[in-house]
Write a protein that binds this ligand. Structure first.
Ligand code: FES
Length: 168
């Protein structure tokens, strides 16, 4: 598998990350923001990138790994451009989110945890995201969709696909 540092533009991304790290006064306290920045630049946080950050900050790699694995926001796997987070918390479950998950899984043709071959969507089940009043809830990147039913799924997917078409 290709090392993340051998990918296109990796040098520029590393430079941007180094510059961001330099801006932080208390580097160790800024670990979470630094990891956010690294994920924003590279899309995910594979172990070689975690190690790079640990070396830069002069802290143990285990500490970086601990933070990355604790927060579900961080991903060690390559993700699609859009992460479809389906809330499987109690309120959403009671309101039938399973059917919504099933519809996404069927229409994207992937299981939870996987990414579509075009690299556009990653499907994930997550714990309560704190918007229970809107159950069932789906969050795509930072955007929250409330009261989602299985009938809404194809429209939501199409909207994102169309957005791609108009961007290109
Ligand atoms: S259970 Fe889904 S947002 Fe709380």
């Amino acid at each position: 598998m290709a090392n993340i540092f051998s990918l296109e533009n990796a040098d520029q991304k590393l430079k941007a990350l180094d510059a961001f790290i330099l801006e932080q006064d208390a580097k160790e306290d800024a670990l979470i923001s630094i990891l956010h920045k690294a994920q924003e630049l590279f899309g995910y946080l594979p172990s070689e990138l975690q190690l790079y950050v640990a070396r830069k900050l002069n802290i143990p790699a285990s500490k970086v790994y601990g933070v990355v694995s604790f927060y579900s926001y961080f991903s060690q796997e390559k993700r699609g451009k859009y992460t479809v987070n389906i809330c499987m918390g109690t309120a959403c479950f009671v309101k039938g989110v399973e059917k919504v998950m099933h519809a996404f899984s069927e229409q994207l043709d992937i299981k939870s945890g996987n990414t579509t071959p075009d690299g556009l969507f990653t499907l994930k089940d997550v714990r309560c995201i704190g918007a229970c009043g809107l159950a069932p809830v789906v969050m795509i990147n930072d955007k929250v969709f409330g009261h989602v039913t299985e009938n809404d799924v194809s429209r939501i997917i199409d909207d994102y696909k169309n957005m791609e078409g108009s961007e290109g």
